[in-house]
Design a protein around this ligand. Structure first.
Ligand code: ZN
Length: 374
């Protein structure tokens, strides 16, 4: 088995913490108000119609375009198998799975709680280990030998993902919400840590405002920032998904920047100085001016300041498992995902990843300082 090790030189690029400086200057309270108040005239909150877009066609499970023939001679490359052992291949694919609502039954943008539990179980059984977006971007994933990283993403900040129950004044995580189910799973499987990305809306309707407001699903408005803080404290990461799920292809550059700056600002209200590195495109729709998905600013009339945002990673809604960050073609500016909802099956993607070819899975060599390729 030819197995080559490549030394990796780490280069950690640090950026100026834009919002923290800004925040310290103007005070958090004003920002909380600005970020969470209804949008201004040219970006008025409107009905958050989750299912109006014919996105279902786009979120069918993608297939590898070409079934690449095994490049090596027969016998030199072993396909990864569901139960292992697996040959290290740190240039292989990493699934970025995408959940929306975790509810009673499967549907469009919905999985049942039983299915969500089964998907966690399947990922665990098949040798997947959750990582964070920052570990992918910084190339610091530390996954045991023979295992494959998986990045969990949760979109739209619904109460179905994170509900609190008030027990005599103490807030406890509802064990039937996605966060409750996931934390219980991690407790029972200590080889998994609380990692994953929440792509959140701070001010959409129907409770999609940092996991619930106005009594919807029993969730109080004042619990919102607490929930965001709780997620970060557990080890999860926070991601922008616009202010209220705007279809960015329809709007002017100014509105696009307002949506993204205020999305980031709301996260900053909960976690001052937090560096928001990821952004999930609502409906997978790019703004006309694509560069604005990554960088931009919006003038906040209240504080008379420019609010800047900078996203290193942008998530699409579908496209199959992502390239490894060690793959020269890894492109964080357009990260494909594996949507899980009614009509899609996790096992279909994982089965493809256990075959040799374009989608062959990333398999760790257990050493975060080296990159193993078969
Ligand atoms: Zn969404």
């Amino acid at each position: 088995m030819a197995r080559q090790k490549l030394r990796i030189h780490y280069c950690i690029v640090r950026t100026t913490p834009r919002l923290s400086i800004f925040l310290q200057a103007v005070g958090a309270a004003a920002l909380v108000m600005t970020a969470l108040l209804p949008a201004t005239a040219h970006a008025r909150p409107r009905a958050f119609v989750r299912y109006e877009h014919p996105e279902s066609a786009r979120v069918q499970p993608a297939r590898p375009k070409k079934a690449a023939p095994a490049k090596a001679q027969a016998g030199t490359v072993q396909p990864a198998t569901p139960t292992g052992p697996r040959v290290p291949n740190e240039l292989g694919r990493i699934p970025i799975v995408e959940w929306h609502q975790v509810v009673a039954a499967d549907g469009t943008y919905k999985v049942s709680r039983e299915r969500f539990r089964a998907e966690l179980r399947e990922l665990h059984t098949r040798g997947y280990v959750p990582v964070n977006l920052s570990e992918m971007l910084d190339k610091t994933m530390d996954v045991p030998a023979g295992k494959t990283p998986v990045l969990f993403t949760f979109d739209d900040a619904s109460p179905s993902q994170f509900r609190y129950i008030d027990r005599n004044g103490t807030l406890v995580v509802d064990p039937t919400s996605a966060v409750g189910i996931l934390l219980d799973f991690i407790k029972a499987h200590p080889d998994w840590k609380a990692k994953g990305l929440f792509c959140m809306l701070p001010a959409a309707e129907a409770g999609h405002a940092f996991f619930g407001d106005k009594g919807i699903d029993g969730q109080k408005t004042e619990w919102r920032l607490k929930k965001v803080q709780f997620l970060a404290q557990q080890g999860f990461e926070l991601c922008n998904h616009t202010l209220w799920h705007a279809k960015l292809n329809k709007y002017s550059d100014a509105v696009v920047q307002e949506q993204l700056a205020r999305g980031a600002m709301a996260i900053d209200s909960a976690m001052p100085g937090y560096k928001v590195r990821g952004f999930a495109l609502p409906y997978g729709l790019w703004p006309k001016n694509r560069a604005l998905a990554f960088n931009g600013s919006w003038f906040d009339k209240k504080s008379k300041r420019d609010v800047r945002y900078r996203h290193e990673a942008v998530f699409e809604v579908a496209g199959g498992p992502a390239r490894s960050p060690f793959d020269p073609e890894f492109n964080p500016k357009s990260l494909p995902r594996v949507p899980l909802q009614g009509g899609t099956k996790l096992s279909a993607t994982l089965d493809q990843m256990d075959k040799p070819g374009k989608w062959a899975r990333y398999v760790s060599d257990g050493n975060p300082k080296t990159v193993a390729k078969p």
